[in-house]
Design a protein around this ligand. Structure first.
Ligand code: DX5
Ligand code: ZN
Length: 219
């Protein structure tokens, strides 16, 4: 079964408590929390303060996706806010290996995200060090964009890289995931489905989460 990680970026920020309660009673596994700084990406979202509130609202895994420049400046703040997983962008880290070590020293799981144009092979030197690889299947910055099909061969390539290195990183796909394209994403080798609009803009978010959870079963 895939790990399902709804992105709270698509939640209703005037009804966050209701949206958290909905996720808590759903089959969702993780909260996916998108932090944007207006520099690394053209949008600004939220920071550690809001994550503290999410932490209090749930016992589910808080999966924090940092779309910020020089994320090493804020690792402690996000750990203290309650992150279970901190994912940094390879493109935002000059010393990626060091940043990964810093995340792990905080006792938090370490993830690395790749933009659509960044090759999977760039992760070979660090793949054994990380717990999660987030393949961006849209250009980061906004929810509700269309899935970039070229992500599918990247998933297959990443799966191969992980197996060859005897590594344990899980593969997370972020951006434009729908009930229609999720089967192909899972088939290619993904472990974690992030879904923003597909969950929160659906008529029945609980049922949509349940359907995402069942992708790949009975094949
Ligand atoms: C995009 C974010 C995603 C986004 C996903 O920059 O990293 O997590 O919120 O939203 P959807 O599923 O609507 O593309
Ligand atoms: Zn994200």
């Amino acid at each position: 079964m895939p790990i399902v990680a709804p992105s709270l970026l698509s939640a209703n920020f005037l009804h966050l408590q209701a949206d958290c309660e909905l996720l808590n009673k759903s089959e969702a596994d993780w909260y996916h929390l998108d932090v944007m700084d207006g520099n690394f990406v053209p949008n600004i979202s939220f920071g550690p303060m809001l994550i503290q509130f999410f932490r209090k609202a749930t016992s589910k895994t808080c999966d924090v996706h940092l779309m910020i420049e020089k994320p090493e400046r804020y690792l402690t703040a996000f750990k203290e806010a309650g992150a279970d997983i901190i994912t940094v962008h390879a493109e935002a880290c000059i010393h990626l290996h060091r940043t990964i070590q810093q995340i792990k020293e905080l006792g938090v799981k370490a993830g690395v995200a790749l933009n659509p144009h960044t090759p999977v092979s760039s992760l070979a030197p660090v793949i054994k060090e990380i717990d999660l690889v987030c393949l961006m299947s849209v250009n980061p910055g906004f929810g509700g964009q269309q899935f970039i099909a070229a992500t599918l061969p990247k998933i297959t390539e990443l799966k191969k890289l992980i197996t060859e290195h005897n590594a344990t990183a899980v593969i997370e796909i972020d951006g434009g995931v729908t009930l229609e394209n999720a089967p192909a994403i899972i088939e290619a080798g993904a472990d974690v489905l992030v879904a923003g609009n597909t969950v929160f803009k659906s008529k029945d978010p609980l049922a949509t989460i349940a359907s995402l959870k069942r992708i790949g079963i009975n094949k």
